[in-house]
Design a binder for this molecule. Structure first.
Ligand code: PRP
Length: 212
């Protein structure tokens, strides 16, 4: 049978994902020394790993070209969920928060607030849940700039240490929800290769409990 193919989010989650795979006994030297190769063997060719941008991990798993994926809950909330989320991996912990200029009240008044975010769907859903009408502007990176430049009243963004907010005179107004990395599975793969996928997920869950 073909090896299971797993899409890994490159960047922030990469190190912890590799550490977890190694902890459960898979040789990840091909990922560690990847050079420019894009499809990498894991262990004794038990898996093939693909390193991709977070949103592409979701796309590959939804379309079934990857059986499994490791991706942040932030990307899942923003980019739909036509797949199974099978495990909270416990790393990549941070939170979605509404943040704005320090000391400036956000709620109150009647004017429609403008919110900048890399996650417009998450931002819209958050305010819809409050029954509050807002204008959402999509920004691709360094969202903290938007209120500093006067483009937005506040942002909905990921906060990890809070350093970026602090260093730019911003503060959390409200936490939206906690975030961490998740193991996701293609719906057909989970039916056809249930045993293999569940065995891997169980080993990951056990290793994660012991601390990576
Ligand atoms: C993320 C996020 C914040 C920052 C939060 O950005 O969008 O800007 O990290 O981390 P902190 O609370 O520890 O300061 P990232 O570095 O991924 O870059 P980006 O803004 O260009 O997307």
């Amino acid at each position: 049978m073909k090896p299971l193919r797993i899409a890994l989010t490159k960047g922030r989650l990469e190190k912890d994902t590799v550490a977890l795979l190694e902890k459960i006994g898979y040789d990840c030297s091909a990922i560690r020394e990847k050079g420019r190769r894009l499809i990498l063997p894991v262990g004794n060719h038990e898996f093939e790993a693909v390193l991709a941008k977070a949103a592409d991990v979701v796309t590959y798993v939804e379309h079934g070209v990857c059986d499994l994926g490791v991706v942040g809950k932030d990307t899942i909330l923003e980019n739909g969920n036509s797949f199974y989320e099978i495990l909270d991996l416990g790393f990549g912990r941070c939170r979605f928060a509404l943040a704005g200029p320090k000391g400036k009240p956000f709620y109150g008044g009647y004017s429609i607030r403008t919110i900048a975010s890399k996650y417009p769907n998450v931002a819209r859903a958050f305010f819809e849940g409050k029954g509050m009408d807002v204008q959402v502007i999509k920004i691709e990176g360094s969202v903290e700039l938007a209120p500093l430049l006067g483009l937005a009243d506040a942002i909905v963004d990921l906060v990890e240490t809070g350093a970026t907010l602090r260093e730019n005179g911003l503060e959390v107004i409200e936490t939206v929800c906690p975030i961490s990395a998740r193991l996701i599975a293609n719906t057909a793969s989970l039916k056809l290769r249930k045993r293999e996928i569940e065995a891997l997920a169980a080993r990951m869950e056990q290793a994660k409990g012991d601390g990576i």
